[in-house]
Design a protein around this ligand. Sequence first.
Ligand SMILES: Cc1ncc(COP(=O)(O)O)c(C=O)c1O
Length: 397
Amino acid sequence: MKNQEIIDMTSEFVAPTYSRFGIPMVRGKGCQLWDAEGNEYLDFISGLGVINIGHSHPRLVDAVQRQAEALIHVSNLFHIPQQAQLAKEIVSRTFPAKVFFANSGAEANEAAIKLARKYGQHVKPGRVEIITAHNAFHGRTLATLTATAQEKYQKGFHPLLPGFLYVPYNDLSAMETAVTDNTCAIMVEPIQGEGGVNVPGDDYLPGLRDLCDQKGILLILDEVQTGIGRTGKLFNYQYYDLEPDILTMAKSLGGGVPIGAMLAKNEVADVFLPGSHASTFGGNYLACSAGLAVLEVIHQEGMLENCQRMSRILFKALSDFSEHCELIKEIRGKGLMVGIELYSEGKQIVNRCLEQGLIINCTMEKVLRFLPPLIITQRDLDRGLDIFFKTIKDIQG
Ligand SMILES: Cc1ncc(COP(=O)(O)O)c(C=O)c1O
């Protein structure tokens, strides 16, 4: 099929919930993608932070192929060895805890919200409120949409879920003021992704941890976007001397095979009993085999180190360029999660880069976002930056 045929069939039969680039992709390898007509693209967005180990990594392909031949699904009526192994692997790289497996970031967060409410009520009846931050993004199910304190996503879906309060991000005193006796948890992203790649001050997460300890409430960190090496450590919280009570992850955990996970400290996790929560597909053979392969590749192939190395080169190049660029207001991020805030809208730059074969995206209208695969080489980084800088120069005139 040609590009246009695929676009037309999509418009006719697929719900119009996405604004798309208008390019049907059919093949990927490493940092490269090819469309249905054979045109090549350099991927600086990794399927929205999913393809951290690169497209079609041979070890992931092999693991999925072998698992598909052996067994794909039986449901959680049975014990699933790969599920137990993946949970063990995640816990061994984080903190003593138990894992609930889901199929997406929203579902991992949905599980976190349900668990926090159940735990809160176990501590004290009526303790069900969760405080989240302005410009957060936690997902599109009704509970996670309510947690997502952004009017543009919530519009049209009221009434939302009761029991959520919003405060400005990176503002410890606002958070402190918002906590009441009915609060069961604070839920934040360690770096806001969709909200504009907002990096909080160094004291923010430790301050939230202290606040939660003082008030006896839970700290939920949503690492759906920052997790699995995106910021140069397996999880962003590992840059600090603290642990959350609940940690959620998804996106890159399966390297493109849908999976989400919620990790909760044992004393919290233990309020979930058989029947408290469930998912037909959650933690099935295919998804967990993919997760195991991804974690193995991340660690055995030095991807965290490469992420940190490429990050230094990328931030230096962007910062040098921005000194002579009137369009750029600020560059922020960590590891290979980068936001470039412009003075004006970024859509034109995204489209012009795409015409030149570079895939980036834009969030909050003015923040260009780079999330390249963690395997990126300096050659590919330079190629992408060449296209990006030339595009900006052309637009600047
Ligand atoms: C921080 C964060 N949480 C949750 C989600 C929702 O994940 P999903 O789209 O897999 O439901 C996203 C998606 O972008 C995210 O960035």
